[in-house]
Design a protein around this ligand. Structure first.
Ligand code: GLV
Length: 308
């Protein structure tokens, strides 16, 4: 029945103490302690550890983050489930990040950061009212829906696009390949919160950028491999894309001579949109272990055929 917390010792110890309150019967082992791999039933980890094959009783792999693309191609023991982290604390962080990025792009923040560097005091543009700046979010999972809800009070016309149909109050919802072009044509600030799958890898490319209105802006808080980087550089050069806020890249960090570092039209953050804190993680894991013990589906269970 043991849960192995394959995270750093400090966070692991904190997790163990929170779980001791929430689920007193749950045994928790930390990766740098002696433990019997055949006793591990649940594994909490970001990456698959080397001794996975020895965990013959493994039933659940809990991702430490919202994403599970790092497990692609890994064969889990038969019947073992992979579970994304679904937690209010993560959604809250993404709401903040997307709001910051969309408002920053709406109000010319990349230009003002560059101007300050050059000691220039000048209006970059008169921004349109929010009601004339159309924001579109790709990916309508917990994070995408949370981001849209956070943007609602500002008055931006909002749309969302996902693989399958959704219905969200106050949001024009598009789905599937057939509706992608219409979604892009009405989107001035595009936010990518898609899961990374073979279908979405490289989706932010020249052909997609060309379908946005000229001068559209990009917020990329999905995964680095969604973005074709040379295509973004080219779209910034022609002005098809005016500016971008990027939290994820491929690789992370970017090499020192990468053009993104020095481009004044790009705001780059080091994959910090959602930071998993133990206070967020522990209650989510405890709730899912309880659900599982009662035979209920866990929140965030990955459907293997979808990949998220
Ligand atoms: C971070 O990127 C996560 O998957 O939570």
């Amino acid at each position: 029945m043991t849960l192995l917390a394959n995270i750093d010792t400090e966070r692991g110890a904190k997790l163990r103490s929170i779980l001791a309150d929430l689920l007193p019967d749950q045994q928790v082992a930390l990766a740098d302690e002696a433990y019997d791999p055949t006793d591990i039933r649940h594994l909490l980890t970001w990456k698959i550890p080397d001794n996975l094959a020895q965990m013959t009783a493994l039933k659940t792999v809990f991702s430490v983050g919202a994403g599970v693309d790092q497990f692609t191609g890994i064969r889990l023991p038969d019947g073992a489930k992979l579970v994304r982290l679904v937690a209010p604390g993560l959604v809250a962080m993404m709401r903040e990040y997307v709001t910051m990025a969309v408002l920053g792009l709406h109000r010319d923040l990349p230009a003002y950061i560059a101007q300050r560097q050059a000691q220039v005091w000048k209006m970059a543009s008169v921004p349109p009212p929010a009601s004339a700046r159309r924001v579109g979010v790709m990916g309508l999972g917990e994070l995408g829906k949370g981001a849209l809800a956070a943007l609602q009070p500002f008055g931006f016309p909002l749309a969302g696009w996902a693989r399958s149909p959704h219905k969200i109050d106050g949001v024009e919802c598009f789905h599937g390949a057939a509706m992608l072009d219409d979604f892009l044509a009405r989107t001035d600030i595009l936010v990518c919160l898609l899961p990374l799958t073979p279908q979405t890898e490289g989706i932010l490319n020249a052909s997609l950028f060309a379908k946005l209105p000229h001068g559209a802006a990009l917020v990329q808080a999905g995964r680095g491999r969604h973005l074709n980087q040379p295509d973004l550089v080219a779209a910034l050069e022609t002005g098809q894309i005016s500016a971008a806020v990027l939290d994820v890249t491929d690789p992370e960090p970017l090499p020192q001579d990468h053009p993104f570092w020095g481009d004044p039209r790009i705001i780059l953050t080091p994959h910090i949109a959602c930071i998993t804190q133990v206070e967020t993680l522990a209650p989510a894991i405890a709730a899912n272990l309880s659900r599982d013990a009662q035979g209920q589906p866990m929140l965030g269970e990955v459907a293997p055929e979808r990949g998220y």
